[in-house]
Design a protein around this ligand. Sequence first.
Ligand SMILES: [Zn+2]
Ligand SMILES: [Zn+2]
Length: 450
Amino acid sequence: MLALQIYWVFKNWISLNFQKIIFSFLPLLPAPCSLVNDRLTLLYHGEKAVNCDQFMLNQIKDLATKLAPRLIEIRRHIHSHPELSGQEYQTAAFVAGVLSSSGLYVQEGIGKTGVIGELRVNSNDERLLAIRTDMDALPIQERTGLEYASRAEGVMHACGHDVHTTVGLGTAMVLSQMAEELGGKIRFLFQPAEEIAQGASWMVEDGAMKNVSAILGVHVFPSIPAGSIGVRYGALTAAADDLEILIIGESGHGARPHEAVDAIWIASQVITALQQAISRTQNPLRPVVLTIGQINGGRAPNVIADKVRLLGTVRSLHPETRAQLPNWIENIVASVCHSYGATYQVNYHQGVPSVQNDYALTQLLQSAGEEAWSSDRVQVLPEPSLGAEDFSVYLDYAPGSMFRLGVGYKERILNHPLHHPEFEVDETAIITGVVTMAYAAYKYCQNSQT
Ligand SMILES: [Zn+2]
Ligand SMILES: [Zn+2]
């Protein structure tokens, strides 16, 4: 009997199960809370040199590699059934099903169509790590010609949220198989409506960040090749605010401008004044981008317009810069309008803040990536983007960091950008994403200082 047990144990010596069984035979050893156990490695190898992080990383890579075909299947399913922001009903049900079958505790209907999956383990560690991915698609007609292209007319996963969801699910599937060794609690957030910058707020309102100590996120990036990732210290994306300016003049005959107040001409002066003032009065080291993307006014070619409405977006990276922008804009609009006899209204609406990546968590992602792959496959991004991302909303409740997952095809000269109807991803990136995220989560749970 004993001989059989010894044989069985020996046969499985490289598996996690072996370690659990060994511990049941060796009660004097400390519990295998994390497999970071030098005494155990001594038993196996007669020396202390075996790196337990490496051991766990190998486990994560093995599990992820085995899951790869299923993850590609999941990604293609989500890709061919895209749903617009706030309407992610089928995607959410699908996500909930995968999480349940992986043994996670699942809550649906969080943040309207969001889903939460929790990996609950017995642990003394009170910290809770959240991993956030998003699920919504865009109102774009897909033109990739892929066999698994969108089956929904005019709706496409052109921002890679199908990949994010798959990476979130893959990470949950991997970590659920090593929950005891992980030694920490993980909450997976599958949020809706990122493209309209509202889903994160909805999730937070429904308690998604309750008790969360730190949060990690991921976004695909076509200009980084698949197999590599990018991390960024500090600002990753910009604050994005909405701007509406109404210029109210006085109508008149097109041939008699002196008897009217031309709202179209004044609007053009306002736009010019704003753009010039950015370059002369804003700190050039603290960027501000103001884009007027829509302008409406006037009724006929020979009638002077009495009203013009300008709609725009205002991007900035620094909270102090952002705070002074509403007054700064209003003062410029006011001075131009007063000069030419018009009245005005400025409506400034604050959208999502800038994503400010936490230093320690960015370090965690960088070291996880470098250990999992190699340092030349981890880019430290020198510049932020002036795009926006509602991941920033979570950062009001806990420190966090979002990394960029390379999805570009190395052999292609042109990888179409995000939001392009021909945007494609090299699916090998999914495993890179899952391993990086799962290993970063493991490292977080190991290091109570993070
Ligand atoms: Zn997008
Ligand atoms: Zn996106």
